[in-house]
Design a protein around this ligand. Structure first.
Ligand code: AMP
Length: 401
């Protein structure tokens, strides 16, 4: 479907063209008309499907058509600072030729950023893209005027609930007008999301793009290894494959730091991202990785969702993700758009049960590669045998990121 068919303002179409979008993606084709009609919406769509523009475009269009005021008209709540920045950049591109303004509001930055956010919130900005905690801290100061709010957008809502943001979201909602249009985007729609939607949305239109499965183009491999074999094998893979862009995921920030230290010793071009770093350091690392100034980024799951980095050659799961959805999100960082990519997972004996659960979700086994002989024989992949100690445990991801 061509963007001309939505009846968008010519200035908005100019922004769409400047970004090089030619045809609407499936989620845009379904979501945009429903939003323009004023419907509440639940959309299950992953990052990479064009979901950000699917909500930004109709919201910008409706703001352009409304009577100009100095008040906040749309609030986008997201789980991470990185996603807030990314959506704001997307917004800047799409709205470039229009008068619609936006500001990202997220924690962890210095005092001057807080003052700038406060000023924008006081003076009035059209679209606010925020993380829950930071928004609440502004609301608590008493200067945020939501009386002109028309749109509430919850992006990556499933991730926000996993991170324990339910109460914060409900608190923010208690400050905004009851009469508004609600849009909720999530990669998956577990029962908790259903409860949230019943509370927050009214008679929503539902768009479901097939349950998330890894892109066929990703070549998935796994190595059954002992912990002591992980670093030597990783070094070997990184040095022998000559890749330009590698994202390595660790499940905890301590293992992220440890691994990053080990790899730096080898003189590899590497940076790390986890929640112990301040916002500026996180943004710099991500920017350097996106621009390919560095080859390797070691990260916690903070980066597994929502973040759009093109052309990653390889994703390595240094340890097995905590659940299948995380696995799918992590390996979805490679083979974006038309590119193909490789995803490699290291499985230690204790993680075999957990990996089997992931294979069950994928509905097929992941090919187990043989550990090169110089690193000694790896353990047999036999999840039934390793049942002990490998219990499948789902915990609040945000706490450990
Ligand atoms: P998202 O799923 O919103 O994170 O978008 C993923 C990527 O697709 C971003 O780099 C967008 O700029 C891009 N994108 C969004 N809509 C379109 C479109 N209609 N045509 C081409 N690229 C798009």
């Amino acid at each position: 479907m061509n963007f001309n068919e939505f009846g968008f303002d010519p200035k908005l179409v100019e922004g769409i063209e400047a970004l090089g979008y030619e045809l609407a993606t499936p989620v845009q084709e379904l979501a945009i008309p429903a939003i323009l009609q004023g419907r509440d919406l639940i959309a299950s769509a992953q990052t990479g499907t064009g979901k950000t523009a699917a909500f930004l475009l109709p919201v910008i269009q409706m703001i352009l058509r409304s009577i100009p005021t100095q008040r906040i008209k749309a609030l986008v709540i997201v789980p991470t600072r990185e996603l807030a920045v990314q959506i704001d950049q997307h917004m800047e591109g799409l709205s470039y030729f229009t008068s619609v303004s936006s500001i990202p509001v997220y924690g962890g930055t210095d005092g001057s950023t807080y003052t700038r956010e406060k000023q924008a919130l006081q003076e009035g900005v059209d679209i606010v893209i925020c993380t829950p905690g930071r928004m609440i801290s502004h609301i608590n100061q008493g200067y945020v005027d939501f009386s002109g709010l028309q749109f509430l957008i919850l992006d990556e809502a499933d991730r926000m609930l996993d991170m324990g943001f339910y109460d914060d979201i409900m608190k923010i909602i208690s400050y905004i007008p009851v009469k508004r249009q609600n849009l909720l985007f999530a990669a998956t729609l577990p029962d908790e999301i259903r409860t949230l939607t019943q509370k927050v949305l009214k008679d929503p239109e539902e768009i479901s793009l097939a349950i998330s499965k890894p892109v066929e183009k990703v070549l998935q491999l796994a190595y059954s290894v002992y912990d002591t074999q992980k670093i030597p094998l990783l070094k070997f893979l990184l040095q022998s494959m000559k890749l330009q862009s590698v994202l390595i995921f660790c499940s905890t920030k301590s293992s992220t730091k440890q691994l990053s230290k080990e790899l730096k010793k080898l003189g590899l071009s590497i940076e790390e991202i986890h929640s112990d770093l301040d916002q500026e350091a996180r943004e710099t690392a991500l920017r350097n990785f996106k621009s390919r100034d560095i080859t390797i980024l070691v990260a916690t799951d903070i980066l597994s969702r929502g973040i759009d980095v093109d052309n990653i050659d390889m994703v390595i799961n240094y340890d097995v993700p905590n659940d299948g959805e995380d696995y799918i999100h992590r390996i979805g960082r490679t083979a974006r758009a038309e590119a193909s990519g490789i995803a490699i997972t290291f499985i230690n004996p204790k993680e075999q049960r957990k990996f089997l659960t992931i294979e069950e979700l994928l509905e097929k086994p992941v090919h187990k590669a043989i550990v090169p002989v110089q690193f000694g024989e790896g353990p047999e992949y036999n999840p039934a045998k390793h049942r002990q100690g490998g219990g499948y445990r789902k915990f609040k991801r945000g706490m450990n990121n």
